[in-house]
Design a protein around this ligand. Structure first.
Ligand code: IPM
Ligand code: MG
Length: 365
């Protein structure tokens, strides 16, 4: 079977971690004989520098015609100048909107050997295993009106939290479908007591929940959830929430994994059926402060390949092989500097990528 994968390396540590992810895919291709055809596109600051815009229509068309998009990172201080019209992140927003990537899956789990890296106590994070489903193409990020203007009293600006019932229903369905393959629990997070849009969110989530009698769907207020997430993270299985809340809570949840460098994400344009167009991106961003030093953790990007294989190519076994190879390498004591501790072996970005690729080729045990 042949698959088309668009590769957008982007900025900062994006290119160097993507190289290691491609090694993992190469190892899968060797072991299983799949045909992965890669096509590269410029995105973010790299595209601004080269072509004058965060993303060209050609790059967008490339992504639209692919089975999946492997994305590195976009942004950096070089392009932070407030006076310019273009920001690297605009490429991400455009990709999300135009590819209709409405469901952003962010799995966060504790790895037993990394629990001590978490700022939370090991006994709190131990066993945590959550999938966040963040709505990605609506809410405050995209709602209209969205503008700033001058008034006689001074400057003003507005963003709008705007959701239609269809937008809510489809993302809650994604959460329920995922829960069916897990512990069958969905918590929908909103701010029902203060926001009208949250009242609709809760109402529609309840209706969708009724379509899934096998799923235990409950609701939690965002402020309560923020606390519960660090007090007792093991109570959560699948969490579904709005674009803005999801952005905030997934960064908070990253502390459960010990490092941002461990967390992949999948942005899907439909239910997680196995052949859904998706964009796969580590959640750590471009980390310009450590770019080019060979110390970035490529595991998030490698774990993105596992998600890509699962959700866009329908290759479940291959997905598991990639995720297991990551676990094996950690069990063997190899660590990049962000997760390094006494008694473990510190390796570079490249060495980590080579180790995982080797375990994919020749799994142990
Ligand atoms: C994320 C990021 C983006 C977002 C930024 C880079 C615009 O924080 O994917 O979580 O806010 O969506
Ligand atoms: Mg974010």
């Amino acid at each position: 079977m042949s698959y088309r994968i668009a590769v957008l390396r982007g900025d900062g540590i994006g290119p160097e971690v993507t190289v290691e992810a491609l090694k993992a895919l190469a190892a899968i291709r060797e072991r299983y004989g799949h045909d992965f055809a890669y096509e590269e596109g410029l995105v973010g600051g790299a595209s601004i520098d080269e072509l004058g815009v965060p993303m060209t229509d050609e790059t967008l068309a490339l992504c639209q015609s692919s089975d999946a998009v492997l994305f590195g990172a976009a942004g950096g201080p070089k392009w932070d100048d407030a006076s310019t019209d273009f920001r690297p992140e605009q490429a991400l927003f455009r990709l999300r909107k135009e590819l209709n990537l409405f469901a952003n899956l962010r799995p966060v789990r504790s790895y037993p050997m990394l629990d001590e890296m978490s700022p939370l106590r090991p006994e709190v994070v131990k066993g945590a295993d959550i999938i966040f489903v963040r709505e990605l193409t609506g809410g405050l990020y995209f709602g209209q009106p969205k503008m700033r203007w001058e008034t006689p009293e001074g400057r003003r600006a507005v963003d709008s939290e705007d959701y239609s019932e269809q937008e809510i229903a489809r993302v809650v369905r994604v959460a329920c479908e995922l829960a069916r393959k897990r512990r069958r629990k969905v918590v929908s997070v909103d701010k029902f007591n203060a926001l009208i849009s949250s009242r609709l969110w809760r109402q529609v989530a309840t209706e969708v929940g009724a379509e899934y009698p096998d799923i235990d769907l409950t609701h939690m207020l965002a402020d309560t959830f923020a606390m519960q997430l660090i007090v007792r993270p093991t109570q959560f299985d699948v969490v579904v929430t709005t674009n803005m809340f999801g952005d905030i809570f997934t960064d908070e949840a990253a502390v459960l994994a010990g490092s941002m460098g461990m967390l992949p994400s999948a942005s899907l344009s439909g239910l997680p059926s196995g052949r859904t167009l998706g964009l796969y991106e580590p959640i750590h961003g471009s980390a310009p402060d450590i770019a080019g030093q060979g110390i970035a953790n490529p595991l998030a990007s490698i774990l993105c390949c596992a998600l890509l294989l699962r959700y866009s190519l329908g290759l479940e076994e291959e997905a598991r092989v990639v995720a297991d190879a990551v676990t094996t390498v950690l069990e063997e004591g190899y660590r990049t500097s962000d997760i390094h501790s006494e008694g473990t072996s510190k390796v570079s970005t490249q060495e980590m990528g080579d180790l995982v690729a080797a375990r994919i080729r020749e799994p142990r045990g």
